[in-house]
Design a protein around this ligand. Structure first.
Ligand code: SF4
Ligand code: SF4
Length: 221
């Protein structure tokens, strides 16, 4: 799947291609992304909605390329239009079924049991690769879920760093695991219980030992 915008100055070709977007026939230069092709076809630009840079995950699409029956997932802002392509914006109502408060997890010793309570489905992962296939950011989602199930939250969270919460992995999961929310949980608990910035810790320690003084602006008696 080509998810990279072409370099505007060096590789712009401007060949016209015909494709369908949400079943509407559109003609646009092949240097444009799906979103830009919609604008090119006269669809209104709504300002302040979407990042247009592959970060917000709001423009997830399903795409079927010419001559293929396979449906792939992508982000409309990063997918370049091609001749004969069919694109469908995915509008899924996918609220997560999981809710929790980190402040209610008493210590890091409880994280694993809390994870099992909050995400009981995660252990039922079929290792079917569906979430990996669905992810437009190329994240190894399945391994991220597996690491979380094993209690290796730091490593799991690292895998989900590029996640844009587009929810496509949720829609592809036959066990309703909400893999992206597993990843978010892993990142949150890692930050909450384990990793605080080393420079902050060092400075607080220096203040505690008197090595560093802080001017709080308060008048001394
Ligand atoms: S992990 Fe899931 S929510 Fe995150 S980018 Fe990939 S498909 Fe989207
Ligand atoms: S789609 Fe669901 S069941 Fe399949 S590998 Fe991913 S998390 Fe596991």
């Amino acid at each position: 799947m080509n998810c990279n915008k072409k370099n505007d100055t060096n590789q712009q070709t401007n060949n016209q291609v015909s494709l369908t977007i949400n079943a509407k026939q559109i003609t646009a230069p092949d240097s444009l992304s799906v979103i830009q092709a919609l604008w090119h076809a006269g669809y209104p630009q709504v300002k302040g909605v979407g990042c247009l840079d592959g970060v917000c995950g709001s423009c997830s699409v399903m795409v079927r390329r010419a001559g293929s029956t396979e449906l792939k997932m992508a982000l409309g802002c990063q997918l370049l239009v091609e001749e004969g392509m069919d694109v469908f914006f995915s509008v899924f109502d996918t609220p997560s079924q999981h809710s929790y408060e980190l402040s209610e997890i008493n210590t890091s010793w409880d994280v694993q049991s809390e994870f099992r309570r909050i995400f009981p489905e995660a252990e039922k992962c079929r290792h079917c690769d569906g979430c990996n296939q669905a992810c437009p950011k190329g994240i190894d989602v399945e391994s991220g879920v597996d690491l979380a199930v094993k209690g290796r939250f730091h490593e799991s969270g690292e895998l989900f760093i590029a996640c844009v919460m587009c929810n496509l992995c949720m829609t592809g999961c036959p066990e309703y695991i909400d893999p992206n929310h597993v990843g978010l949980f892993a990142r949150r608990v890692t930050g909450y219980f384990h990793t605080r910035p080393a420079n902050l810790i060092n400075q607080l320690e220096a203040i505690r030992t008197g090595e560093l003084s802080v001017d709080t602006g308060e008048q001394q008696p």
